[in-house]
Design a protein around this ligand. Structure first.
Ligand SMILES: [Zn+2]
Length: 455
């Protein structure tokens, strides 16, 4: 396992507390940004004009709460009505550098556009995050997120380069070629989703007769899925591969590609890296009421771009529910906000009043590696309230009919004791779930009999 004591570059803004960042950077940048957005964007002139906001009357930070939220559905509808990019802050004076897509809510993808300055600022925040997660000059990183339209490929690539790493642009698919490339180039690190590691392990064994440690990877930089904050999930990956697994890459392309990563101390949660670029709010997902950003607070993350030129968002509902872990100092030298991602508000299943996130189920199963592979799916049928959802769990090894009731009962007991809900269980044979290279869907909602929809 690589040493945690690599020389760390901690930027000045990372030495400020959350409150200090808000009082200085946010308070200064927000009024200017809102005025600029109102001048440039017909979308926001209309939306914010409705609550009486004009470009000539600057909005103080303390007044932000009176503005309406912006949702992904609205941005998408704007793009549909005014193709291709919508009227969202695209002044004629803005030259666009890049177009990405990000997932929409109804299967339709959202286009994300960036100017040269947006690209540069995105990479700067990403570099801050990757450095925090332990990337140092001299690292070589094989980068295995999609370069095809999605931001994870080229955007994270540039962030890794900005952090000083050598980057091998691999993308997704062709796992055999990936293994050959790793054996040839011998990178120190891999950047991918945690679930891809199990796919990699299978191909290593079946096609090469090798074990994970034979690749000599020292660091894994993960993003795109939760779960790594659970010691059992992380421990399983680290012991299998003999590397240090870091939650290095949290963000969303439509707001800022990367703005969260943990540090070498791993004291829980991700350090915030969007200083000067994002203003953070927490709200109750159901009522939209604001919640103070203090240790222990939980709420949906609402973000406002403080500097973005193309497609800047104001009070954007991200759909991610986060918990503030700490707002003070960390032994790594950073005093930035630390937060843990509880899950997607739309992946959250409320079972008899208990918030059930797929990540919590993943954690339980990770502790039971001898019997369960860790692959699962929670099936929710019909409209709320949900009483007893079906949990389909994949076995790690073949189990006979005599043994299955006890295995199922163990999962039910763990769900009840640790999460507080009681599922129905279906056990599946090893390998029954397809191994994906992107994000794995864990919740399937069935609206009516026979029609499935993915949430
Ligand atoms: Zn730290």
């Amino acid at each position: 396992v690589a040493p945690a004591s690599s020389p760390q570059v901690v930027e000045q803004v990372e030495r400020l507390t959350h409150d200090e960042v808000v009082a200085t950077l946010d308070a200064q940048l927000l009024p200017r940004q809102v005025a600029t957005v109102l001048r440039r964007s017909a979308f926001y002139r209309e939306k914010l004009g409705a609550v009486g906001l004009t470009p000539d009357e600057p909005l103080g930070l303390e007044e932000l709460g009176r503005l309406p939220f912006t949702t992904k559905e609205e941005v998408l509808a704007d793009q549909v009505a005014h193709p291709p990019f919508g009227r969202l802050a695209l002044g004629d004076d803005l030259a666009l550098s890049r177009v990405h897509v990000t997932s929409g809510t109804t299967g339709r993808q959202l286009l994300v556009v960036l100017t040269a300055r947006d690209v540069q600022e995105t990479a700067a925040a990403g570099a801050r995050a990757f450095r925090c997660a332990g990337v140092v000059p001299g690292d070589s990183v094989v980068h295995c997120l999609s370069y095809c339209l999605w931001a994870g490929g080229v955007t994270d690539h540039l962030s890794l380069e900005a952090a000083g790493a050598t980057v091998i642009p691999f993308g997704v698919g062709n796992t055999k070629k990936l293994i050959e490339t790793i054996r040839l180039v011998r990178p120190t690190a891999i950047s991918c989703t945690p679930s891809y590691m199990s796919r990699l392990q299978v191909v290593l064994r079946e096609e090469f007769g090798l074990s994970p440690r034979d690749l000599g990877l020292q660091k894994a930089l993960f993003g795109g899925e939760g779960g790594l904050q659970d010691p059992a999930v992380r421990g399983a990956i680290e012991s299998t591969w003999g590397l240090r697994a870091m939650d290095a890459n949290y963000g969303m392309a439509d707001v800022l590609s990367i703005f969260g990563a943990e540090c070498a101390e791993r004291r829980g949660g991700l350090h915030f890296h969007g200083q000067g670029l994002l203003h953070v709010e927490l709200i109750a997902p159901d009522t939209g009421a604001g919640r103070p950003c203090v240790a222990g607070a939980e709420g949906e993350l609402v973000l406002t771009n403080l500097s973005r030129q193309a497609q800047p968002l104001i009070r954007y509902r991200t759909g991610d529910v986060v918990r503030v872990v700490a707002t003070g100092g960390c032994e790594c030298g950073r005093r930035s906000l630390r937060f843990a991602v509880a899950g997607r508000s739309d992946q959250m299943v409320v079972v008899r009043g208990v918030n059930v996130f797929p990540g919590a189920i993943a954690s339980l199963l990770a502790e039971q590696r001898a019997d369960f592979s860790g692959e699962f799916e929670l099936v929710v049928e019909g409209p709320p309230p949900v009483e007893r959802p079906l949990l389909r769990v994949e076995l790690a090894r073949p189990a006979g009919p005599a043994e299955q009731p006890a295995l199922a009962a163990r999962v039910v007991a763990l769900c009840r004791e640790r999460i507080g809900f009681t599922p129905r269980i279906e056990l599946l044979a090893p390998g029954a779930f397809p191994r994906t290279e992107g994000k794995t869907r864990r919740v399937r909602r069935i609206a009516a009999a026979g029609t499935g929809s993915q949430a």
